[in-house]
Design a protein around this ligand. Structure first.
Ligand SMILES: Cc1cc2nc3c(=O)[nH]c(=O)nc-3n(C[C@H](O)[C@H](O)[C@H](O)COP(=O)(O)OP(=O)(O)OC[C@H]3O[C@@H](n4cnc5c(N)ncnc54)[C@H](O)[C@@H]3O)c2cc1C
Length: 391
């Protein structure tokens, strides 16, 4: 690695990798730095792997716009590059009259976000599509799908590398200092510490992206960048029950609760699981027991009458990087070129929770445009960067 590179991306989750694949090109030195042994070990491999359609988010928000655009881009990528996926579709079901009102609001929102093919189902249509689901009304979303997120990330890694980018794992960013025309990045790897200069720094550090923003001196409280961890557990459903549904089944989200409500996920192998639930936690811990099994059963049994308590087994945990601390107003993705904070070389991506997997290719395009702008105005860092130790 040279003392001075063009673009440094912190974090090799789906967002950092999608951006790397977008900005890498011949003659440009691009590095993705990842603290773990390999890419995609955190939120990007601990999620529902749903290609969302863009129903839930306020009109014109980044979440809505990047989700709708990302949905179309993902299907295109999957078809072109043989990335495992299925346009399986989804229904959102109401089980009582109050939920029907909420369902209608969701439908309106989805339509105004430009979600493709969205429609309300009659009871007969619902019964025909999903005879084993108990509901009185439903929205049908034909553009919702599922994807193999690991193959997607591998595709981004391959494309980035083909265009000359490097993905350095076991390489943790521990400090960032401003310098004329760029930043000095301090890094810890297996061999010790070293630092180098970069013209552009893109913070895609997921659950740690607030910490990374803090390294450059941004006041997190003042900027509204402090993250809150929100744990989501999954339970697998056994005993052949996955054959009783044909698509993803979601409840109407409950007002004020984080998450979309415990729903039916199906993976590409046809296995069924329920989740994720949502509870705020103070630390990142992926251990799972069956203490939430009863709550999962009770919530799912409202619309899945065939579920029995003994069908459920604890499966996996994912942690959301949320900007709201719970019960607060909607918070959008932060995708911020920090020019106004006097940091023209710094691009922050913070609070990239769901639908981040779906939005990844659209976010990459958006950040790609910001990067070109920074590089077009950028002068080469003038100061030599000293090594902190021999790497
Ligand atoms: C339970 C759950 C369910 C979800 N379901 C869906 C879904 O169905 N559909 C959908 O579209 N989205 C979903 N999402 C959202 C989606 O998973 C995320 O938006 C997306 O994975 C975020 O990717 P990322 O690259 O920002 O973060 P991550 O995948 O967490 O990657 C960040 C990376 O940065 C690295 N890093 C952190 N600090 C440093 C440092 N100092 N130095 C070097 N590396 C560092 C980390 O090790 C990590 O690998 C879900 C999320 C969760 C938690």
């Amino acid at each position: 690695m040279s003392d001075q590179v063009d673009i440094t991306i912190v974090g090799a989750g789906v967002i950092g990798l999608a951006i790397a694949s977008q900005v890498a090109r011949e003659g440009r030195e691009v590095y993705v730095l990842e603290k773990n042994e390999t890419f995609g070990r955190e939120a990007s491999s601990r999620n529902s792997e749903v290609i969302h359609s863009g129903i839930y988010y306020p009109k014109d928000s980044l979440k809505a716009k990047t989700c709708v655009e990302g949905n179309a881009l993902l299907y295109e990528l999957c078809q072109k590059h043989a990335i495992g996926h299925r346009r399986i579709s989804k229904i959102i079901v109401a089980t009582d009259d109050t939920e029907v009102n909420e369902l209608e609001k969701l439908w309106e929102r989805g339509k105004s976000n430009g979600v493709e093919g969205l429609r309300m189902l009659s009871r007969q249509e619902l019964r025909k599509l999903e005879p084993n689901v108990r509901a009185i009304a439903a929205i049908f979303s034909p553009s919702t799908g599922i994807i193999d997120s690991w193959t997607l990330m591998s595709y981004f890694v391959g494309k980035a590398r083909d265009n000359g980018a490097h993905v350095a794992c076991r390489t943790k960013v521990i400090g960032i200092d401003r310098m004329p025309g760029g930043c000095k990045v301090s890094v810890e790897d297996r061999d010790g510490y070293f630092c180098f200069a970069t013209k552009v720094l893109i913070n895609c550090a997921g659950l740690h992206s607030d910490e990374v923003a803090g390294m450059v001196g941004i006041d997190l409280a003042e900027a509204g960048y402090k993250l809150h961890y929100c744990r989501g557990e999954y339970f697998s459903v056994g005993h052949g029950k996955s054959k009783l549904v044909s698509r993803l089944i979601y409840p109407v989200p409950r007002a004020g609760e984080p998450g979309l409500g415990i729903h039916v996920n199906l993976d590409l192998g046809g296995r069924m699981r329920l989740g994720p639930n949502a509870s705020y936690v103070d630390r990142i811990d992926y251990k799972l027991d069956d203490s939430q099994k009863r709550a999962f059963y009770d919530l799912a049994a409202r619309f899945l009458p065939f579920i029995e308590y003994d069908d459920l087994e604890p499966e996996m945990v994912g942690i959301r990087a949320k900007l709201d601390a719970g019960g607060e107003d909607f918070r959008d993705f932060v995708i911020s070129h920090e020019y106004d904070r006097g940091l023209p070389e710094f691009i922050n991506l913070i609070g990239i929770e769901s639908p981040g997997l779906t939005s990844a290719p659209a976010i990459a395009r958006y950040v790609g445009r910001q990067v070109e702008e920074v590089l077009s105005k950028c002068s080469v860092p003038s100061r030599e960067v000293e090594s902190l130790s021999s790497a």
